[in-house]
Design a protein around this ligand. Structure first.
Ligand code: NAD
Length: 366
């Protein structure tokens, strides 16, 4: 009997259910054709959960999320819940999952699929073959640091405060994630901060360097975050793994994302301590403007499943097969509306899903 792999699929709102169905079909395909032994649970999150339970994530679903090996999330949010209190908003479900599962490392690959080279805002030669991994610290830094708030001073002026703060252990654990990833990729880590003007950046630089000593085979360099943003659009292929804090990671990963074309193509992972929780989700949101129309691109979600296979389930061969299947379908000229190009065939969400399954069949026969 092969090892049991447990997965919780939370489709969420908007296009979430449409794209998650296609990822589920790939899971079923893996069980039928590759002998993987998945136990798949499904549940509600976001607005869909609020409508039923009055909260964006109920206790039973959270308990299940803690038990399984990995969570897959579609997307949450939409105008229907705009008036709901902040602590019950759809986004609160996502934030609770990240916090409760201790997901401190956000992995965002920026891979340029060859057939989509022309869709990038950069020249084809700059992005052809691009494969970067951005590792963003997700639970610390200025988004969470105290003190924070807006106060009114004695002179009547208002003052807004946020605090950028990192500790040694927070930097060490995210640095280790980056070095371990680099060991399985190109063997290079670029650490990015603002050590020239921020003490927390200097600490980041020093402590990443401490961890580098445990990984002598990895080449580490440091780059100021503003320079890193510039280099990402000037010569992105110079990077392998970029590790950075929560704020700079937020910005740099969005810059890197746009090098590859469309939001509908971008997967992500959020990882906790080794052997702990993990959540995989597309980078895009619930796309209320196209929800229910059957036109959403399911590729980001299917590639998120590939990341789960690689980083949680230790099924590298199957992860690679999924990525190759996506590449082959795109090379065959099929496009959802968001990545449509002249001379290509526009297809629906489900036809894109079907085509990826057929491409997997062909790869599996080889
Ligand atoms: P969005 O990512 O949902 O959509 C931005 C644009 O990209 C839209 O035009 C949309 O149609 C398009 N798009 C997104 N994903 C697509 C896909 N798979 N296929 C084809 N086109 C796609 O961002 P938004 O419009 O700013 O936000 C909509 C809702 O999603 C909001 O409620 C927001 O809070 C929420 N949101 C959720 C997450 C998440 O769940 N992780 C992330 C971002 C935004």
């Amino acid at each position: 009997m092969t090892k049991e792999l447990s997965l919780l699929m939370l489709a969420g709102d908007g296009i979430g259910p449409e794209i998650m169905v296609e990822a589920r079909r790939v899971v079923d395909w893996l069980m039928e054709n590759r002998g993987l032994n998945f136990t798949v649970h499904e549940g509600l999150v976001g607005g869909a959960a609020y409508d039923v339970f009055g909260v964006a994530l109920d206790d039973d679903t959270l308990a299940l999320a803690r038990q399984v090996d990995a969570v897959m999330l579609g997307a949450v949010g939409g105008p229907k819940w705009d008036g709901v209190d902040y602590d019950k908003r759809p986004e609160a479900g996502l934030l609770t999952l990240r916090k409760e599962l201790g997901l401190f490392a956000n992995l965002r690959p920026a891979i340029c699929f060859e057939p989509l080279v022309e869709a990038s805002s950069l020249k084809p030669e700059l992005v052809s073959g691009l494969d970067i991994m951005i590792v963003r610290e997700l639970t610390g830094g200025v988004y969470f640091g105290e003190p924070r708030g807006i106060e009114t001073l004695e002179n009547g002026e208002r003052r807004g405060v946020n605090t950028q703060v990192y500790t040694t252990s927070e930097i060490h654990r995210i640095a280790r994630v980056a070095f371990e990833l680099a060991a399985k990729r190109g063997g290079r880590v670029t650490s990015s901060e603002k050590a020239n003007v921020m003490e927390s950046g200097l600490l980041w630089r020093e402590e990443v360097t401490v961890i580098a000593a445990d990984y002598p085979e990895i080449k580490l360099d440091h780059m100021l975050a503003d320079s890193c943003a510039m280099q990402l659009v000037r010569a992105p292929k110079q990077f392998d793994v970029i590790v950075t804090d929560n704020l700079f990671g937020d910005l740099l990963s969005d810059v890197a994302a746009m090098l590859t074309g469309s939001l509908g193509m971008l997967p992500s992972a959020a990882l906790g301590v080794k052997g702990g929780g993990a959540m995989y989700e597309p980078v895009h949101g619930s796309a209320p403007d196209i929800a229910g129309k059957g036109v959403a691109n399911p590729i980001a979600t299917i590639l998120s499943l590939a990341m789960a296979l690689r980083y949680t389930f230790d099924c590298e061969a199957e992860a690679q097969m999924i990525e190759d299947a996506v590449q082959n379908v795109l090379a065959g000229g099929l496009r959802t509306a968001d990545i449509m190009q002249p001379g290509k065939a526009k297809v629906s969400t489900s036809v894109m899903g079907d085509s990826i399954l057929r491409a997997l069949d062909r790869l599996n026969e080889k």
